[in-house]
Design a protein around this ligand. Structure first.
Ligand code: 5GP
Ligand code: ZN
Length: 113
């Protein structure tokens, strides 16, 4: 996907503050953090949103959550964190490449606005 911001970040064409990378996923800090700790985990494969998760590609979601647990341990997020996926217009999705937000470092309100 030539015009996708997160594909460009995954390919290293646009710089990011990386936390973790393997052949399938990349984790990097959000450019506009909404909590003291705010990073994103994305598949390197272009999947436009959660609407496009299928039996063929859903294994990546499990891998993303494995990576989240690993990073949470490394960053010592013992007090907890929130994993968010915004999907579509009403979900507040602004970048059309599947991504999971991890927010931590303060108590988070529920339900979100
Ligand atoms: P969404 O609103 O689609 O769920 O989340 C997109 C997120 O990507 C936002 O939190 C936004 O701050 C972040 N973001 C947008 N552009 C960039 C960028 O160029 N670099 C990084 N690191 N984050 C970005
Ligand atoms: Zn993409």
């Amino acid at each position: 996907m030539m015009d996708c911001l997160f594909c460009k970040i995954a390919a290293g064409e646009i710089p990011s503050k990386k936390i973790y990378e393997d052949d399938k996923v990349l984790a990097f800090y959000d450019i506009d953090p909404k909590a003291p700790v705010h990073f994103l985990v994305i598949p390197k494969q272009h999947i436009p949103s959660a609407d496009y998760i299928t039996a063929e590609n859903s294994a990546i979601v499990g891998h993303v959550f494995e990576v989240i647990a690993k990073i949470a341990a490394e960053l010592k997020l013992e007090k907890g964190y929130r994993v968010v996926n915004n999907c579509g217009e009403h979900g507040g999705q602004t970048v059309e490449h599947l991504h999971f937000h991890i927010l931590a470092g303060r108590s988070l309100a529920w339900p979100p606005g």
